[in-house]
Write a protein that binds this ligand. Structure first.
Ligand SMILES: O=C(O)CCC(=O)C(=O)O
Ligand SMILES: [Fe+2]
Length: 264
């Protein structure tokens, strides 16, 4: 997957330009930084963002250059989805919920993929590949470049620590929707990607997302008797629009969805 992703980014600019768009609602697009329409300072990243589920619907529009892209990336997406759904089952059980609780709550989940390409950067201390953010979706399966580090997560207490690549391992990020569904028991991790002057770097992030109409609210079983839920209910559509209407590096998007009785 990494190799075919890199081949894509090595294509001549005229070829890649055909897919360029800075419109977040487009389902297949090549873009740069994070949200060029909202940012005043851009980041050192290009990314190919693809909707991946149902595959048959989106596959025809995926890049056909490099030639093997569709075949390799579609098999990768199928396997990642199976892994992600298994993990959601285990997370449900870990919360004392039925194994299929989260899967049901998220509805027929969408799946998006970001193939991230961070070129070598002559002055890496002046920028980020991706600044501090949490993932707005439910669960992210992240494939890292096996030979170049760059991902960092924020630990309690405000220290950034490197999550260096390990051979044959994925990084699993819990996203905002698992924090909301678990009523804050699981935290959606702050993370960022730094760049470096010596080497380009890639990562492939697969995002499992609730279906747009799914109504997300803390699981009733996790709100103790007499307590108010931490978050109000909302549709994922509402959440996702809020997320893309902002720049990264701001407060946690879930803060806008805290339970406030007067708003109910
Ligand atoms: O490049 C990385 O390691 C992080 C990518 C990421 O956080 C994202 O695509 O949301
Ligand atoms: Fe992320």
């Amino acid at each position: 997957m990494m190799a075919v992703g890199l081949q894509f980014f090595r294509l001549p600019p005229e070829e890649k330009e055909k897919l360029y768009s800075d419109e977040p609602s487009k389902k297949i697009r090549l873009s740069t930084s994070f949200n060029v329409r909202k940012e005043t300072v851009h980041n050192w990243r290009d990314y190919l963002r693809l909707h991946c589920h149902p595959l048959e619907e989106f596959l025809p529009e995926w890049p056909s250059n490099p030639e093997s892209f569709k075949e390799i990336a579609s098999e990768y997406c199928r396997e990642v989805r199976r892994l992600g759904l298994r993990l959601l089952g285990m997370i449900s059980l870990s919360l004392g919920l039925e194994e299929d609780y989260i899967e049901k709550a998220l509805g027929e989940q969408e799946q998006h993929m970001a193939v991230n390409y961070y070129p070598q950067c002559p002055e890496p201390e002046l920028t980020y590949g991706l600044p501090k953010h949490t993932d707005p979706n439910a669960l992210t399966v992240l494939l890292q470049d096996p030979s170049v580090a760059g991902l960092q997560v924020l630990k309690d207490g405000g220290r950034w620590i490197a999550v260096n690549p390990r051979p044959n391992a994925f990084v699993i990020n819990l996203g905002d929707q698992l924090q909301a569904l678990s009523n804050g028991a699981y935290k959606s991790v702050w993370h960022r990607a730094v760049v470096n002057a010596a080497q380009e770097r890639m990562s492939v992030a697969s995002f499992l997302c609730p279906c747009n109409s799914a109504v997300i609210s803390p699981a009733a079983g996790l709100v103790r008797d007499g307590d108010a839920p931490v978050y109000r209910s909302y549709t994922y559509d509402e959440y996702y629009n809020k997320f893309w209407s902002r720049n990264l590096d701001q407060e946690h998007c879930l803060e806008f969805f805290r339970y406030a009785p007067q708003l109910q």
